[in-house]
Design a protein around this ligand. Structure first.
Ligand code: XUL
Ligand code: CO
Length: 447
């Protein structure tokens, strides 16, 4: 097998396989920290990080924004004679990109891969044609599907929501699309299936029956899960929390909200979280907060790796570039036991004015290096043991005696309260936050 895949036409000429050259390298098209075969924390970097490229941002998004037209005239679309031919060329470009970059996984929405047809049946037929082609490309290259999903937000029919739409007809159309997307995911050996509630929320409570919409969302998810399992799907189901945008309020607001929703409707055994950094930010949380909150409830699954712009209130989907953020994120991931079915999916897009073909590579290289460095720093935190040791010691009074009894549920409230009189001066123990932040900064500098 060639070092990388090229279809009938090479879409990124002049760029070959991206290699690890180390931190001293000045080559913008080389990895500085991501060394796929290097073992960190008992596993190869590539297996700890499980990078995926997002089909939608990298091969569909064209730089258009609400104020201006496309700035990325993708060559795979420009020279195509029909939407199906454009989709075939796009797939070749995608597999060329995956294999040149050396990412093992990708993620896609149904409509990223195949164009919408005139009818639902035609859309499904077109998707099947492209899925068969993707399967061939996967077999030829070894690239795998991290997760699939359905786009239930672009078509005008979803303007009032999909599973939460007030019209039954639209709920049914959404189901037909999800069914086809689940079939596609199974056919491609997808390790997960993601539900991001694109327009599952509301713009105004004046026209919304909130209780009914949430019940419909829960019913829809349960039915989709049952269908997928019946078809033999063994992968993970993910819910991707996001507090707002495009609706004013999304029902999948953040991890804690989704956890409550899943438990209330009895879905918590089957669904886990796909946590996106930028969505965490929009919800007013640190990325690591969302990861740790999911892990604490056994709901951690996968990650949409990107970053927001703290001063903007929308999803800027930028490529990760902060070691501080990725170190704390990878620390949370490692503490949660690492990825199993999940991975780091770059749900990120190059800026509208990044118009050179190399920009897409440099964006991913930077994101991968940032997470690789984050992994190394996270492992340093664990190996050195100062931070986890401090936390362990901070709770040591629950390791034995009455504290341990409390933890095991062996104390009544009266007994617990009774001990209080013995502990008059307790509580003035330093949390040492600044001390710990200084230690973390030394790890970040490699010290
Ligand atoms: C939107 C978003 C989606 C999901 C997949 O904010 O993150 O791209 O990741 O539907
Ligand atoms: Co996302």
């Amino acid at each position: 097998m060639a070092d990388y895949f090229v279809g009938n036409k090479e879409y990124f000429p002049g760029i070959g396989r991206i290699k690890y050259e180390g931190p001293e390298s000045d080559n913008p098209l080389a990895f500085k920290y991501y060394d796929p075969e290097k073992v960190v924390g008992g596993k190869k970097m590539k297996d700890q990080l499980r990078f995926a490229v997002a089909y939608w941002h990298s091969f569909c998004a064209d730089g258009a924004d609400p104020f201006g037209a496309a700035t990325h005239p993708h060559p795979w679309i420009v020279d195509a004679k029909s939407p199906m031919e454009a989709a075939e060329h796009k797939m070749d470009a995608a597999f060329e990109f995956f294999t040149k970059l050396g990412t093992e996984f990708y993620a896609f929405h149904d409509r990223d891969m195949a164009p919408e047809g005139a009818t639902p049946a035609e859309s499904e037929k077109q998707l099947k044609v492209l899925v068969a082609r993707a399967k061939e490309r996967q077999q030829a290259t070894g690239v795998k599907l991290l997760w699939g999903t359905a786009n239930l937000f672009t078509h005008p029919r979803f303007m009032n929501g999909a599973a939460t739409n007030p019209e039954f007809a639209v709920v049914s159309l959404a189901a037909s699309q999800v069914k086809a997307a689940i079939d596609a995911t199974i056919e491609l050996g997808g390790q997960g299936y993601t539900f991001w509630g694109g327009r599952e929320g509301y713009m105004s409570l004046l026209n919304t029956d909130l209780k009914k919409e949430k019940e419909h969302l829960a019913r829809f998810l349960g039915l989709a899960r049952d269908y997928a399992r019946k078809q033999g799907f063994k992968g993970a189901f993910y819910i991707e929390p996001k507090p707002m945008e495009p609706t004013k309020h999304q029902y999948d607001y953040d991890v804690e909200t989704v956890a409550g929703f899943l438990r209330y409707y009895g879905l918590d055994k089957d669904f886990r979280m796909n946590i996106e950094a930028n969505h965490a930010e929009l919800a007013g949380h640190d990325f690591a907060h969302e990861l740790e909150t999911a892990a604490a409830m056994g709901l951690f699954g996968s990650v949409d790796a990107n970053r927001g712009e703290p001063r903007n209130g929308w999803d800027t989907d930028q490529f990760p570039s902060s070691y501080y953020e990725t170190a704390l994120a990878m620390y949370a991931v490692l503490k949660a036991g690492g990825f199993t079915t999940g991975g780091l999916n770059f749900d990120a897009k190059i800026r509208r004015n990044s118009v050179d073909p190399a920009d897409l590579f440099e964006a991913h290289i930077g994101g991968m290096d940032t997470f690789a460095a984050g992994l190394v720093i996270a492992q340093r935190i664990i190996d050195d043991g100062k931070l986890p040791g401090f936390v362990k010691k901070r709770y040591a009074s629950f390791d034995s005696g009455n504290g341990a009894k409390f933890d095991k549920g062996e104390l009544t409230f009266e007994v617990l309260a009774g001990f209080g009189s013995d502990y008059g001066n307790a509580g003035l123990t330093s949390g040492k936050q600044e001390h710990l932040e200084n230690i973390l900064n030394r790890y970040l500098l490699g010290l």
